[in-house]
Design a binder for this molecule. Structure first.
Ligand SMILES: [Zn+2]
Length: 826
């Protein structure tokens, strides 16, 4: 049995038997800069009541040195994931001394040596269950404790945790920092960061509340930190949420730190939120990128209440924090910051993630059935985040803004510092709205799948609104007329539907949008006349939210094989260059590129690719100097140029300084352009070496690795393949670089020989690698074959493979089956 994979059943039994009060954690990080040192000392002292004689404490590390129960030294019983503890009394103090390991996978205590200046940085990342890689603890969300962290670190480093430091003792070359005890916290949101991070201070004041704000980043990136912008959004968010939730920010200070080699966007550790450095740009960023960062800042801040103050009991109710935070990220962006169009991007891009996931055979209800930690890890997905948020948006349309926020306020007041399930939220919402919420909850939270809506003629001036997979929707039908080059809304009707067929007045207009304003969660189809209107004048639709719904509709129809990919691409080529909303533009460009590579029939692909490359090139030439559109099209050209070398001379010229006027070619764009040249055989290892000299940084080294592995040479690809599977010293980012190199340029001729080996390797990789890295291998190296046979054979022969591994393979199979179906015009 895999004892690291905790189950819902056993954790529920443990929290029923054990009441934890306090955990003191002492970490010795003084040796972190020494590369040869693989681990660090960690000592946990846990105080808890027990109604059982034995239990276990979670820990994944190098070794356990001693276990002392109520003052008595015990024999160490440690299997690599659990420390058995026996002879418990009603009230206990257990002290465990152990050695934990520094991480290179972003799980636990990640250690990064910055090549730019040779400095060492540490940070932790735990969700769902990696705090046990740093400290012996009870690794489950419903065992909240007061944590006191004591950290020994090199003198001069910033040492951070959830609370402010209470005491700092400085010795020779070292310091001991003791932090104030936390309020009750689940272990997965505790946090420590240490290193010579650069710091920017700020503050937020509101009536009698005064919160210290801190921003942190590696020194070599400090000049790219847009501190004013981030602090402004932070203050706007604190204003907004403390009002909206009527519960003062509970966690003392509010630090936000940007960290290297991060596995996700951000993590809501109370008082110390961690973010990926991808939210900082090394020279050139669009305002859409700043909008995305603001959205994430606000998403994490919403978690200070949804998730941190009130926490789901188990991962089945992960949506109780993620769906809400995702909703709040867009809602607060639109309501409280300069990014008023947050729902536009949500409608087209964020919801595309949900629609895609919800059509996989592995989809699940928003309130999920999560039997163990591996299943939990995979549920940070398009359903839990994007569909959940979309469904909450629908709920707000249904009960109203006031009732929704009043329900939230009562929920926090009733459950502060506790753990909850769906019922606890519904009770409050039913109370304030005066409606029975169980029907809504059954229809939206306990089912899976997405409805498709369209309308059909029903004689005279009548029509029928049809929905597959019927559920209740509140929606608006928008009627738009074409006036010269513009498409203008003439009228809008709001209605509630529940059935498969609803009779409506025949919508007479050049363009009929069935989910106008994007209130509900459904795929909508355009009728023939509307599609013609859109083909001629999509960019003439004035309302950006309406354009978002139309772009989304076109993309869904293409993915479903109802709209010919070539027609979709024709519409994109005609109208994307005129799309003023950069968030939408980025999404559309990504979809177009996906359609060319995966949905277009094999015999048409080269031609479509060429037309797309030319369209991107020409849009780049025509974009205004210095505009966000110009930068966005430059990135599109770089992406396209890895598949088509039509402009390799121009790309080379851009690298040599002949970029279009106003375009900021920053180090990241340079790497993207150069990698495209390498992939198509128009640049050499010497070019890569030269680029690395001018950008010998963490991201520069990762980019160079990727570029080198992208060379169009079967031997190079074979080496990337071997490195990905076998080199266990690769960090998470370097693993990604090898995977990307292996796949670069869609060169099946160079890599198809490895298809069978993939299926032979994934079982072992799942057993031996951490789940984060195993997931990257299983998803990233899945063969883009033209046959389902090998994957079906693996699935048939591996019925007993771990559920999470099977889920990933089934999802990849489904993506491939869709590609083949759409490609074949079926
Ligand atoms: Zn979140």
């Amino acid at each position: 049995m895999d004892t690291a994979n905790l189950t819902r059943h056993e954790t529920a039994a443990r929290s029923a038997a054990i009441s934890v009060h306090r955990i003191r954690v002492e970490l010795d990080l003084t040796g972190a800069p020494e590369r040869a040192r693989t681990g660090f000392d960690t000592v946990s002292t846990l105080e808890f009541d027990a109604r059982v004689e034995s239990t276990w404490i979670d820990f994944i590390g190098e070794s356990v040195r001693s276990v002392v129960v109520n003052g008595e030294e015990r024999a160490v019983e440690y299997d690599g994931a659990r420390i058995a503890v026996h002879g418990l009394s009603a009230s206990n103090t257990v002290r465990i001394e152990a050695v934990a390991a520094y991480s290179r996978s972003g799980e636990g205590m990640h250690r990064f040596h910055d090549p730019a200046d040779d400095l060492t940085y540490l940070y932790t990342q735990y969700e769902p269950a990696d705090s046990r890689r740093v400290m012996p603890c009870f690794e489950q969300p419903d065992m909240k404790a007061e944590f006191t962290f004591v950290v020994d670190a090199p003198a001069g480093w910033e040492v951070l945790s959830n609370r402010a430091a209470e005491r700092i003792d400085v010795g020779v070359g070292v310091q001991r920092v003791e932090f104030a005890p936390t309020l009750p916290l689940s272990s997965y949101i505790t946090s420590v960061a240490a290193g010579p991070y650069a710091r920017v201070n700020g503050e937020w004041r509101r009536d009698e509340q005064h919160i210290e704000l801190g921003l942190f980043v590696r020194q070599s990136l400090a000049r790219y930190l847009e501190a004013d912008d981030i602090l402004e959004v932070t203050r706007q968010g604190l204003d907004f949420f403390t009002d909206a939730f009527a519960y003062p920010y509970p966690w003392g200070k509010y630090d936000q730190i940007f960290v290297p080699e991060y596995n996700l966007g951000a993590m809501e550790n109370p008082g110390l939120v961690t973010f990926t450095e991808s939210y900082l740009s090394r020279g050139a960023a669009t305002d859409a990128q700043r909008a995305a960062r603001a959205n994430t800042v606000l998403h994490e801040m919403a978690h200070m209440w949804f998730g941190d103050l009130v926490t789901m009991r188990w991962w089945d109710d992960l949506w109780l924090k993620e769906s809400f935070a995702d909703y709040m990220g867009s809602h607060a962006s639109a309501a409280a910051t300069r990014f008023h169009d947050a729902w536009v991007k949500f409608a087209a891009n964020r919801k595309a993630w949900a629609y895609q996931q919800d059509q996989l055979p592995t989809t699940h209800p928003i309130v999920a059935d999560i039997s163990d930690l591996e299943a939990a890890k995979l549920n940070f997905d398009g359903i839990t985040y994007a569909k959940g948020a979309a469904v909450l948006k629908q709920l707000v349309a249904f009960v109203g803004d006031d009732a929704f926020f009043e329900g939230a306020r009562r929920y926090f007041a009733a459950n502060a510092f506790g753990n909850t399930t769906l019922e606890d939220f519904l009770v409050q919402l039913s109370d304030v709205s005066g409606r029975d919420m169980s029907q809504w909850s059954d229809a939206w939270l306990r089912t899976s799948g997405v409805s498709t809506l369209w309308w059909e003629e029903a004689g005279e001036d009548r029509a029928v609104l049809v929905q597959t997979d019927p559920r209740p929707h509140r929606l608006r039908i928008g009627l738009y007329d074409r006036v010269d080059d513009r498409v203008v809304r003439r009228d809008q009707h709001e209605l509630d539907i529940t059935d498969e067929r609803t009779e409506i007045a025949r919508p007479e207009a050049d363009l009929v949008i069935l989910n106008d304003d994007d209130l509900t969660y459904a795929k909508i189809r355009l009728d023939r006349r509307s599609l013609d209107t859109v083909e001629g004048a999509l960019s003439g639709i004035e309302d950006p939210l309406a354009r978002a719904v139309v772009w989304s509709s076109l993309w869904n129809a293409t993915r479903d094989g109802e709209l010919d990919p070539s027609r979709y691409l024709r519409i994109v080529r005609a109208h994307a260059p005129h799309e003023p909303n950069i968030g939408l533009l980025v999404g559309v460009i990504g979809n177009a590129s996906h359609a060319v590579r995966r949905y277009v029939a094999d015999e048409r692909r080269d031609d479509e690719q060429r037309q797309w490359t030319e369209a991107a090139w020409s849009a780049l030439q025509q974009a205004d100097a210095g505009s966000d559109a110009q930068l966005t099209w430059a990135r599109a050209v770089a992406t396209a140029s890895a598949f088509d070398d039509a402009h390799h001379d121009d790309v080379r010229a851009m690298l040599a300084g002949a970029a279009p006027e106003g375009l900021a070619v920053d180090p990241d764009l340079r790497w993207q352009l150069l990698t495209a040249l390498v992939t198509t055989g128009h640049a050499t290892t010497e070019d890569v070496a030269a680029e690395l000299i001018s950008d010998d940084t963490g991201s520069g080294r990762t980019a160079a690795r990727r570029a080198l592995s992208s060379r169009p040479d079967a031997g190079v690809r074979a080496a990337a393949w071997a490195a990905a599977w076998e080199d266990t010293t690769l960090s998470n980012d370097h693993l990604d670089a090898e995977i990307a190199g292996f796949r670069a340029g869609g060169r099946r001729d160079l890599v198809a020989a490895f298809d069978d080996e993939y299926f032979a390797r994934i079982g072992t990789a799942w057993r031996e690698r951490s789940i984060e890295l195993a997931q990257r291998l299983v998803v990233g190296l899945f063969p883009a074959s033209s046959s389902l046979e090998p994957v079906d054979a693996w699935l048939a022969a591996n019925d007993d493979a771990p559920g999470a591994l099977r889920r990933l393979v089934i999802e990849q199979r489904d993506h491939l089956a869709r590609d083949l179906r759409v490609r074949g015009g079926r």
